[in-house]
Design a protein around this ligand. Sequence first.
Ligand SMILES: [Zn+2]
Ligand SMILES: [Zn+2]
Ligand SMILES: [Zn+2]
Length: 256
Amino acid sequence: MSAGGSQNSGSSSVFAGNCHCGAFKFTVKLTNLNHISSCNCSLCSRNAYLWAHPASNSDLTVLLGEGSLKSYQYGTSVHKFCPVCGTSILCKTDKEISVNVRSLTDVDVESLSAVVTPCGITVEPSQLQFAMDSPPGDLHATCHCGGITYTLHMTPAATKSCNCSICSRNGVLWAYPLTKDVTVRAQTSLVEYTFGRKQIVHGFCGTCSVPVWEYFLNPAKAHTMGINVRAIADFEFARLPTRVHNGKATPPQYQA
Ligand SMILES: [Zn+2]
Ligand SMILES: [Zn+2]
Ligand SMILES: [Zn+2]
């Protein structure tokens, strides 16, 4: 694990974190980054959340952007994310606060192993049920709140994960269908975010934060697009081969 930017303080360390666009910055004191959890509920799995659990709510200090995060309530949990770039920062219940390790600066999330632990959500929202009015073989994808839904007229044969600043924060697992094989059914809550050379447009849900797709402004790449396979309903993407892309090594160097 690389934990650059952390400062030792007894048995715990203080980690810096930020959303991708840098509008929200914080520090959090964590006793052990080896005890993180993931969850396979419909919301956590779509965002590939990796939860760390500060001992106390006061272990989180907001440095910039107090009050700027948007809330999405699901069950008894309130998830907080940046409405500009979509980075999910934390989850609050009446008992505790959990911090999304993906939002920590300079933590190599690929090197961490998380224990699957239910986040406490047991009821799945009804909008994830689809009216299956399209040909067999089509796959249906949705953000969590149902504001963005799309149909894939193909089945991904492989996925790509990437450790760049945006993909690692969003926890996206990519497949690249032809643009013509994707039918967007609803995108009322779509927010688009670009950065750096502004050649890739990242789409996420402005209501529930789920990253849904990316498309390319370069005409040479516009025939294809990236879709987040985690958003596909009832699709066992984990059995597909995954290519790991070292996007972090591609300049320019990310700075929040
Ligand atoms: Zn942001
Ligand atoms: Zn969950
Ligand atoms: Zn949504």
